[in-house]
Design a binder for this molecule. Structure first.
Ligand code: MN
Ligand code: MN
Length: 476
């Protein structure tokens, strides 16, 4: 008698997050390692949104992209970019179809949580000079004290000229630091709640401690330590105290990104959120071999960490203006309705990181629905908090289409949500883009300790994010 073929149950269970690391071919592993090396080089340089912008423009130009204003007309295969205030960037490879029929966007942000200087930063207390600060983005303040900080920024002098500052990451540079009280005297502090033990006003950064030599014996001179810092700023950067009024000075963690773990499977560094996805989108677009059917657009924007506000944030009209700039160069009978149609017919991967399940904090994770490390790029159908409030909930149809694209391209991907229900929440640029009526979903790299001075991602997930964006441009 013929043996009955054992039939698998038709109930296949939930989507399985695969152990994909060991399934990669030798070629793909080599490609992964090359990609990680390229990304870490970018991350090491792009420690602020301005530097992320500069580096992206440099890479684009190297690959033959030209400023959009240079083009009178656009045709398939043209490679263009359009910058905004040196911080936000729009780049595109023009597709075979008209822009008015919709574009495929991968949009990430290049700002990251940090410690900004106040407009009047320099103060002196008991013989120590400080830069007074106002932190930027959502941080756990205690993570930013007692660690070396580097100072980056741009000062605009009274004559309009700019001075760029970059101190702390070059060999031999000094670093800066926020102090904390020693444990012996910190008993009152230890009794406080974590969120109350470190106040924003206490995050002042030590920038000097010796009096200006010229006034060492002159008791009529006040704040000699502050004066010493001013003297050095004048000598080394030709800056006055007034020049600091018109400046953007950012303290960021000192140091370079590193491989992590005995197996070197992880990468840690400052600013993975969201340079890890922003770079993946950029590289994916630059690596397109063929002219895509639909125009491929990369958006690298600013101010996401403070709510996407401001001219360089995605709540501005920059994106729709840029689409209009494309349409007007393609359509003989240009009109506003074409831009609206283009926006509505577009699709977008909101390229932002997501929270990976941290086994040390199981109570914060969504049971069965948490992104995990080494299971690939993650689609987050909705973010938001407390009843999905404030989120863009992607449609089943759009998720279905993307599933096909990623599976066909051999992308390792997973789905998840932002932590356990009612534990917390957050948002991305997804909702600002979905207001045009386009399909948008969050998709990016899972991180451990997001928003900490050093964030952690897996190499596999980092590479698969790039691969997912490339597949999206090629096939969506
Ligand atoms: Mn982000
Ligand atoms: Mn963030």
């Amino acid at each position: 008698m013929e043996a009955k073929k054992s039939k698998k149950s038709s109930i296949t269970g939930v989507y399985k997050r695969e152990d994909a690391v060991n399934k990669l071919s030798a070629e793909e592993t080599a490609e992964l390692n090359k990609y990680i090396e390229t990304y870490l080089r970018y991350l090491a340089y792009a420690k602020t949104e301005r530097r992320a912008y500069t580096e992206a423009v440099r890479l684009l130009e190297e690959k033959g992209f030209k400023p959009l204003e240079n083009f009178k007309n656009l045709k398939a295969g043209d490679k263009v970019y359009r910058g905004y205030h040196g911080k936000t960037l729009f780049a595109a490879v023009i597709g075979k179809d008209a822009v008015a029929s919709g574009v495929n966007v991968v949009g990430g942000h290049t700002d990251a949580p940090r410690i900004d200087c106040k407009p009047v930063p320099l103060t002196e207390k008991s013989g120590i000079a400080y830069f007074d600060t106002h932190y930027y983005g959502g941080i756990k303040k205690f993570q930013w004290v007692v660690r070396p900080l580097a100072l980056y920024g741009t000062c605009v002098k009274a004559d309009g000229s700019k001075v760029n500052i970059c101190i702390g990451d070059n060999p031999g540079d000094p670093v800066f630091m926020i102090s904390d009280i020693l444990p012996h005297l910190g008993q009152a502090q230890s009794a406080l709640k974590l969120g109350e033990a470190f106040s924003g006003e206490r995050l002042d950064v030590i920038v000097g401690s010796t009096p200006v030599p010229a006034a060492k014996d002159d008791d009529s001179v006040k704040e000699k330590v502050k004066l010493h810092v001013l003297q050095i700023l004048k000598e080394e950067y030709d800056l006055t105290e007034q020049d600091l009024l018109s400046a953007e000075l950012e303290f960021v963690p000192q140091g370079m990104p590193r491989e992590m773990g005995f197996d070197r499977s992880l990468i840690t560094g400052y600013g993975h959120d969201d340079r890890i996805c922003a770079f993946a989108g950029l590289q994916a677009m630059m690596d397109l071999k063929k002219t895509p059917q639909k125009t491929a657009v990369v958006l690298l924007c600013d101010k996401e960490e403070i709510g996407s506000v401001g001219a360089t944030g995605m709540d501005s009209t920059f994106f729709e203006n840029s689409i209009a700039e494309l349409c007007v160069r393609q359509e003989k009978n240009y009109s506003d309705i074409l831009v609206r149609r283009a926006l509505e017919a577009s699709s977008m991967l909101s390229a932002d990181v997501c929270a990976a399940a941290d086994p040390m904090f199981p109570e914060c994770s969504s049971p069965n629905n948490m992104p995990i490390l080494n299971a690939g790029a993650c689609m987050i159908k909705y973010t938001g908090a407390r009843g999905k409030s404030g989120c863009n909930d992607a449609s089943a149809e759009f998720v279905g289409r993307l599933r096909q694209i990623f599976d066909k391209a051999g992308v390792v991907w997973q789905v998840g949500e932002l932590g356990a229900v009612d534990v917390g929440g957050g948002g991305t640029i997804a909702l600002f883009m979905s207001r045009y009526g386009m399909n948008v979903i969050d998709m990016g790299t899972p991180l451990l300790n997001m928003h900490a001075p050093s964030e952690v991602a897996s190499k596999l997930d980092t590479y698969m994010t790039y691969k997912a964006y490339k597949a999206f441009f090629e096939n969506a």
